[in-house]
Unconditional design. Structure first.
Length: 109
């Protein structure tokens, strides 16, 4: 009987990449919505935390997004870019065999 790879521990790079990029993408959208309530440069600790988590994504999106996009809309655009990056990396990891399979083994009932 062959040993099956562990669903979580043997695929840590995939789970880590997926989790962190999803968290950054959703935080971009959260920061966008919070900007309407608190203002984009609010000194509130929650807004500072959101800026800390998402600033690298916003700066990266600003480099590849056309300048016609207003600065306020750069946050959701950054979120979309992060989710696009997540999809591309997950696809590459799938092709490299680094993604767990949900298929039931041949001998399983």
């Amino acid at each position: 009987m062959s040993e099956q790879p562990h669903f979580f521990w043997d695929y840590i790079p995939f789970w880590t990449m997926t989790y962190h990029l999803a968290a950054v993408g959703w935080t971009c959208f959260g920061r966008f919505l919070l900007a309407f309530l608190m203002g984009p440069d609010s000194p509130n600790y929650i807004m500072r935390g959101f800026r800390l988590v998402t600033e690298w994504a916003v700066r990266g999106a600003a480099l590849i997004t056309p300048r016609i996009v207003p600065p306020l809309l750069l946050l959701p655009v950054a979120g979309l870019w992060v989710f696009t990056l997540r999809f591309l990396l997950a696809t590459m990891m799938l092709q490299a065999g680094m993604v767990p399979s949900l298929a039931v083994g041949a001998g399983a009932p």
